[in-house]
Every structure is written in structure tokens, then in C-alpha cells.
Design a binder for this molecule. Structure first.
Ligand SMILES: [Zn+2]
Length: 349
């Protein structure tokens, strides 16, 4: 540990900013010189336009920088600073590295090293495999969306193939399939379906289409996907053999009858479940998550062995964050602090 107290080196503010060292605000505004965006989801782009005014730079992976306009942000071009995974950049006396994480296209963990050698890191949203564990940290700030001991997906290694087989089976019954999920997860879902033999064309609304193009540019294989309204899409819809991918919150009525598969992380009892079946088709939920479950979150802490652990209670529920802190204490014998809370912010160590 260097001269700075760890409580000053890393914290989660009441507005959800992750502060690492003296220069960087991550995922929300805090008036710091440099804004970092761990990934393009809305709970990680809080007050981004405000940072666009006040910060000198907006820093993220190239894929995230390119995704921001698609998510509706118009930021000053000259402030945008794309940084590849693993490259170090120095501002003032602090240096920063974006570390690969598996969550959505372009998602990153943030690692900061201060002049006195202190190392502080924020996981952002992550899951395994594909997330590199940051070690030798003085402070680790971890996301614990599914931090309760019951939130375990023992089937998580099989769900990809089960999901793809379900889509194939529903298509074989003669109706198209609608897959619903969040941005980023939809692109991963398409990649998974292609890997496990779903060959039907994918029809995508504008925003999903643009994000898919971006994902392919950055290395995710999908193929055979079309913008809704294009000639190819119209043809495919006439033929009745296609998969339509739609954002989970979209209220848009689709002009065709289809089976529906909803992708959700909030489901733990089985990989798949049929909700109902009626004349217009079947409706299923699939437990495909882009977040670590409880066991994987605990595994991260165990492997990283940080000197101090902070749990982000701004993005996950406070109850879950507190339950995770208890589990860390009981299972790993380590103290973990939930932040922000009424005491945590002013707390000295
Ligand atoms: Zn996310």
C-alpha cells in the first residue's frame, strides 16, 4: 500500500461513479478530468453527456466508443479516446489499463495504478469464461448483480446449446421465432445460435442491426442477418423461416405470428422453461445471462486476493450487495464493504 489511504483511492459515489485514483471517474459523472466508460449499457453511461462537457477526455475501448452514438450519445469528437485492451495510458501521475472482460462487445474492466504504486481496479459487469482476473490489487471494486448464494446457474455450461436447440426445434414446427434480450446479449445470442447450427436468417430492427454490424467488425461472428425492411428481410418474412431479435423492452408489435424466447439472467431453477403455449405459438424463458452468477463472483474475489474489497451497491440491489459481503466474510474470511451507503462514503480505514 502506498501513502494514500485506500478509502481515498477507490470508491463508489452516491451518483454511481466509480472513482479510481485521482483522475478517473468510471461509469458516472463526478467532476474528474477523465471519464471512463466500462461498456455501453445505460447503468454504466450515467450522466455521460455531462462528463462530455466537463471532462477533458472520454475513454473506452474502440468498440464502446463506436457504440455510444448508437445508444443515443452525441459527444465532442475531440474528447473521445479509444484505448485497446492491455494498453497503458498515463494522465497526470496515474496510469490506466482497460482489461478484457466478457459481458458485451467492447466491455472492459478498469485498472489504475497511482504514482506511489497503489493498484485499484473495477470489474464492471463480467462473466466467465473470457474475463481476466485482476490480481495484486490494493482495492477491488466488484459488481455483484447476482451476489446472493441462491443465484447460481449450475447449467451455465450447457445453456448455449440448449438455447440453440430450442430455437431450431421451434423453427421446425413451422413458425418464426422472436428472441428477446438486451443489447449486447442479443449479439452474443446470435453468435451462439450460429455456433450450434441455427441457419435461419436473422431479421433485426435498426438499432440491433447497427450493433450487430459493430460486433462483427470487432470480431464476433454472426452472418446471414438483415435489417428489418430490407428486401432480404421482406423475402425471409414471406417465407416464414427466420429469427427476429428484439430488445427486451420493445413494445413494438411484430406483423407476424411467432414463438417467443425471452433471454433473462433472473432465472435459476432450470436452463429453459416453457411459460405457455397457445394458438399463436409457444413462449419460453432461457437462463442466458451476461453476468457472473454467485459462485463465479465469489471465485473472482478468491482468485484476485485484493487487500480491500468494495461491492458496488449502486447497480445491484443493496440487499444483494450486503448478502454478498456476508458470503465473502463467511466463505473467504475477508471483510467487504458495500458502497455507496450512508456510512461507507465517509468511512476511514
Ligand atoms: Zn452491463
Amino acid at each position: 500500500m502506498g501513502q494514500q489511504k485506500s478509502s481515498e483511492l477507490a470508491k463508489v459515489t452516491n451518483s454511481g461513479a466509480i472513482l479510481l485514483g485521482n483522475i478517473f471517474e468510471v461509469d458516472s459523472f463526478a467532476g474528474k478530468p477523465v471519464r471512463v466508460v466500462s461498456h455501453f449499457h445505460s447503468d454504466h453511461t450515467i450522466l455521460l453527456s455531462k462528463s462530455g462537457k466537463f471532462a477533458s477526455h472520454i475513454l473506452a475501448t474502440p468498440a464502446t466508443i463506436e457504440a455510444l452514438p448508437l445508444m443515443g450519445f452525441s459527444l465532442p469528437e475531440d474528447k473521445l479516446l479509444p484505448l485497446e485492451y492491455g494498453r497503458s495510458i498515463k494522465f497526470g501521475e496515474d496510469s490506466l489499463v482497460l482489461v478484457k472482460s466478457s459481458h458485451v462487445i467492447g466491455s472492459a474492466q478498469v485498472l489504475v495504478e497511482t504514482v506511489d504504486g497503489s493498484r485499484v481496479g473495477y470489474t464492471g459487469d463480467f462473466k466467465f469464461p473470457g474475463t481476466k482476473i485482476m490480481s495484486d490489487l490494493d482495492v477491488l471494486i466488484i459488481d455483484a448483480t447476482y451476489g446472493e448464494e441462491t443465484m447460481v446457474r449450475p447449467f451455465k455450461n450447457e445453456v448455449d446449446i440448449l438455447f440453440s436447440d430450442l430455437v431450431s426445434e421451434l423453427l421446425s414446427k413451422g413458425k418464426p421465432v422472436i428472441v428477446k434480450g438486451y443489447h449486447g446479449k442479443l449479439q452474443e445470442a446470435m453468435h451462439i445460435m450460429r455456433r450450434f447450427g441455427v441457419e435461419a436468417p436473422f431479421i433485426l430492427p435498426e438499432k440491433v442491426y447497427e450493433l450487430t454490424k459493430l460486433a462483427e467488425k470487432h470480431g464476433l461472428k454472426v452472418g446471414n442477418y438483415f435489417r428489418e425492411g430490407s428486401e432480404e428481410a421482406v423475402e425471409a418474412i414471406k417465407g416464414g423461416w427466420f429469427v427476429y431479435l428484439n430488445h427486451a423492452n420493445s413494445r413494438k408489435k411484430t406483423p407476424f405470428v411467432a414463438s417467443e424466447v425471452v433471454l433473462t439472467g433472473w432465472f435459476f431453477s432450470s436452463p429453459l422453461k416453457k411459460i405457455y403455449e397457445n394458438g399463436s405459438g409457444e413462449r419460453w424463458v432461457v437462463a442466458l445471462s451476461d453476468h457472473a452468477d454467485f459462485e463465479d463472483t465469489l471465485y473472482y474475489v478468491e482468485e484476485a486476493r485484493p487487500k480491500k474489497i468494495l461491492i458496488d451497491a449502486f447497480r445491484s440491489s443493496r440487499e444483494i450487495a450486503e448478502a454478498f459481503a456476508k458470503s465473502v466474510l463467511r466463505r473467504l474470511g475477508k471483510e467487504a464493504v458495500v458502497m455507496p451507503d450512508s456510512h461507507g462514503i465517509e468511512e476511514e480505514d
